[in-house]
Design a protein around this ligand. Structure first.
Ligand SMILES: [Zn+2]
Length: 252
């Protein structure tokens, strides 16, 4: 393998793992995304999920909150006096519409945000969902996103619940809140080339009408991550890996 091929293989990241597995006759990986708010899973990992679903993966998204407090500013400004219940209803409807475009199953916990609080009972509910779905890969928020308590608490809860569930420990952390990566130490260690599914990702983002900036913000983010790995558009991840990869560096 030349150095360029080595870098490209690393750059393809999770998508390479899934597609190669399917091509080799092994089942495509089951992928679970755990999202703090309705849009997070799509803005950070929607392209990766679309790519895997097209390659035969089963994908599921769990939302811990409906985002009624943390990420509904636009909706509340548009409709002064709107009730919290109505905000929740609209955000949940958008979340499921988004998952449908991606081809993922959805499960809304609706624990409430601003910030999210996780009780032992809620931890058990999350662990039970993970146990039932039996994911090969789990995608969730960056574990050190201390600047955003609901995201950070989601990440920590997923790490703990995955261990309670005794299933996959292969967790891939996606981007922190846009614009904060350098402040919270998010340095990607692999990328997924989403160029061929980017238009579909944009379609999915457009279902999240309560957050109209997502399309322009994540077009910029995915283009920037694409530049980092020499692709048109990419999504970036950090891997929480109990089994570190082994490469034959000599002769690479
Ligand atoms: Zn969020």
């Amino acid at each position: 393998m030349t150095r360029r091929e080595f870098v490209a293989a690393g750059a393809a990241g999770a998508a390479t793992v899934g597609e190669a597995g399917a091509q080799a006759g092994r089942p495509a990986p089951r992928i679970l995304a755990v999202s703090a708010h309705p849009a997070d899973f799509c803005s950070r990992a929607g392209g990766t999920l679309i790519k895997h679903v097209r390659a035969g993966s089963k994908a599921k998204v769990i939302w811990l909150t409906q985002g009624e407090s943390d990420e509904s500013d636009f909706l509340i400004k548009q409709r002064p006096g709107i009730s919290v219940a109505e905000v929740r209803r609209i955000r949940e409807k958008e979340a499921f519409a988004c998952a449908e475009v991606i081809g993922a199953e959805g499960k809304m916990f609706g624990f409430g945000d601003g910030p999210l609080l996780m009780t032992p009972e809620r931890m058990e509910m999350l662990a039970r969902e993970i146990t039932d779905f039996k994911p090969d890969l789990i995608l969730t928020h960056w574990k050190d996103e201390l600047t955003y308590p609901t995201h950070w608490r989601t990440s920590r809860s997923v790490i703990e619940a995955a261990q309670m569930a005794r299933v996959s420990w292969d967790i891939r952390f996606f981007e922190p809140n846009i614009g904060t990566a350098s402040r919270v130490g998010f340095v990607p260690d692999h990328y997924v080339d989403i160029s061929e599914v980017f238009e579909r990702k944009v379609e999915a983002l457009k279902t999240l009408a309560a957050q109209p900036r997502l399309v322009s913000d994540y077009t910029a983010c995915n283009r920037w991550r694409g530049i980092e790995c020499s692709r048109q558009y990419a999504e970036a991840f950090v891997r929480w890996a109990p089994k570190p990869p082994v490469y034959e560096l000599l002769g690479a």
